[in-house]
Design a protein around this ligand. Sequence first.
Ligand SMILES: [Fe+2]
Length: 289
Amino acid sequence: MEAALRVTTLPGPFGAAVDEIDLAQDMSDDTMRRLIGLLHEHQILAIKGQSLTNADYVRFGYKWGKPLAFAMQNHRRDDHPEMIRITNSAATPARYRDGAKHWHCDSTYEEVPASVTMLYGVEAPAEGGETLLASTSLAYDALDPAMKDRIEGMTGLHCLGGSPELPGEKIPFVPEETARHGIRKHPMVMRHPVTGRKSIFTSGTAFGAEGLEKDEGRALIDTLRRHITRPEFTTSYKIEAGDIFLWDNFQTLHSATAIEYSDEDGKRRLLYRISTKGLPDLCREAIAA
Ligand SMILES: [Fe+2]
């Protein structure tokens, strides 16, 4: 029987929200199939009004794939290393501030990029803290046929800190980290592993394309990224306490916005991120069937 969920579309060109669901009571296969289907259809999904223990949140994370081990160990919780702490504490060193304030998708500096990222809102500031999102599948659909032909089968080159939008002093990784991760290759046109829908896969780590001269590759990436971030393909979402907000990394770019770093009441933000790799077990069953 299909799980009963109340689904609304978010303002903007894409995105959905669900409420009247309590994941602490119901992470059944029926419910998870609906949620996974909604994310794949709408690219971003807000699940409102949740109150989960850390153990339950991690259990929810595993429903989407295998949680990745984040590069920055000091951002993980000791008791649940799958959970990555994101705060705006005034104690945050300057080099770690606003590190996600550029258009990207997650872990594209690794051989296997993240497939889904989720953020659980524990505290949210009264003002600010929105996340910007761009639909790379809507943007792909709107490309002119000549550009679709040009990038079909092309391989993008990626490295940590590859984004031209990141001022050098704010790259929140030490150079050894960048060297360790090296250059990664990902298809420029991503076919969604579950739905087959195509999207443009140019994260903030993309700096060129295989077979193109450096400047030509850079110019192509810039053109595609300007296209993806046009207003008709972008939206924003503010994560409130009790939200679990998910994005499909194969179909979106995201960017943090500037936030005030403060420990004052009404200004604090605490989010727990889990990013997964691979497919949900439920999708593997569906594909195998
Ligand atoms: Fe990110």
